[in-house]
Design a protein around this ligand. Structure first.
Ligand SMILES: *[C@@H]1O[C@H](CO)[C@@H](O)[C@H](O)[C@H]1NC(C)=O
Ligand SMILES: *[C@@H]1O[C@H](CO)[C@@H](O)[C@H](O)[C@H]1NC(C)=O
Ligand SMILES: *[C@@H]1O[C@H](CO)[C@@H](O)[C@H](O)[C@H]1NC(C)=O
Length: 253
């Protein structure tokens, strides 16, 4: 009986991974679900910044998220350091679970603002938290740093909130805004209305092709009147410019 017991312990140790084993894995090798399932919640928590770094599928992300909840007993007790480095684990968080999270600091917001192709319901739940928890800061107060942290969360805001952002902050963050994915028309129109402000890029009459490049997709939300002026000044092919340069932002300058 004792021998069997000892053998079982050895087998279990041989198969179960620790955070250290994961850190020792070759760089960029991706941990498999069956390997994750051998990790105790403590090992998962210790290794969280490493585990979230490479794209996870939903089963892997859910396993990790549930292990984190198990380790801390409940969602509100999960520390800020963990929430700030969830990365791909973020896809496992359900919209209703955001009711129990506090997104009050910029490091946490940075985690949730990255592009994980979250559902609209998830992004809306995150935006609601930001309104409530980051509430000392209103859109008028957002700096380029805040916008850089918020990123995709901005796409779940109302156009009316986007219009309240200071045009100067938008200008400083414009290269980042052009890379946002799946923003609603309402939000894009908000950015377009900031673009022509004197504290942003000023009257479109003075824009160069470079300005079009910096603005990216936002240009398509300018009024038809402004668009026809731009085409007249800069050439009919400016829209091609937007698509062509989308991934080459260094070429805007
Ligand atoms: C996620 O990846 C694991 C391998 O790590 C695989 O076994 C599992 O079927 C995948 N799940 C989904 C939902 O794609
Ligand atoms: C929020 O936390 C409370 C207390 O821990 C818990 O009872 C409730 O189920 C949680 N809600 C969600 C959606 O996780
Ligand atoms: C975002 O857009 C891409 C294509 O542009 C689409 O494949 C994806 O499903 C969209 N995501 C959401 C959350 O709507």
């Amino acid at each position: 009986m004792l021998i069997l017991f000892v053998t079982l312990i050895i087998i279990q140790n041989a198969c179960s991974l620790t955070c250290k084993d994961i850190l020792d894995m070759p760089k960029n090798s991706k941990i498999k679900l069956y390997e994750l399932e051998t990790l105790q919640p403590k090992e998962i928590v210790d290794c969280i910044s490493h585990l979230g770094r490479i794209k996870l599928n939903i089963s892997e992300a859910e396993f990790i998220w549930n292990s984190i909840i198990k380790f801390y007993n409940e969602i509100p007790l999960i520390p800020d350091e963990i929430l700030s480095c969830l990365h791909w684990v973020t896809i496992a968080i359900k919209p209703e679970e955001y009711q129990n999270l506090t997104l009050s600091n910029i490091d946490i917001i940075t985690n949730f603002g990255l592009d994980y192709d979250l559902s609209n319901d998830q992004l809306v739940a995150i935006a609601d938290r930001v309104r409530e928890d980051f509430g000392a800061k209103q859109p008028e107060d957002y700096t380029v740093y805040d916008l850089t942290a918020l990123r995709q969360i901005l796409c779940a805001f109302q156009g009316s909130e986007i219009k309240r952002i200071h045009p100067k902050s938008y200008k400083e963050a414009a290269l980042l805004v052009r890379k946002l994915k799946n923003c609603s028309d309402d939000v894009m129109e908000g950015f377009a209305s900031l673009a022509t402000h004197k504290d942003a890029f000023g009257p479109p009459e003075n824009w160069k092709r470079e300005t079009i490049c910096i603005l990216g997709g936002v240009v398509q939300y300018l009024s038809e009147n402004v668009m026809s002026k731009l085409k007249k000044n800069l050439g009919n092919d400016i829209l091609e410019e937007i698509d062509k340069d989308r991934t080459l932002e260094e070429e805007c300058n």
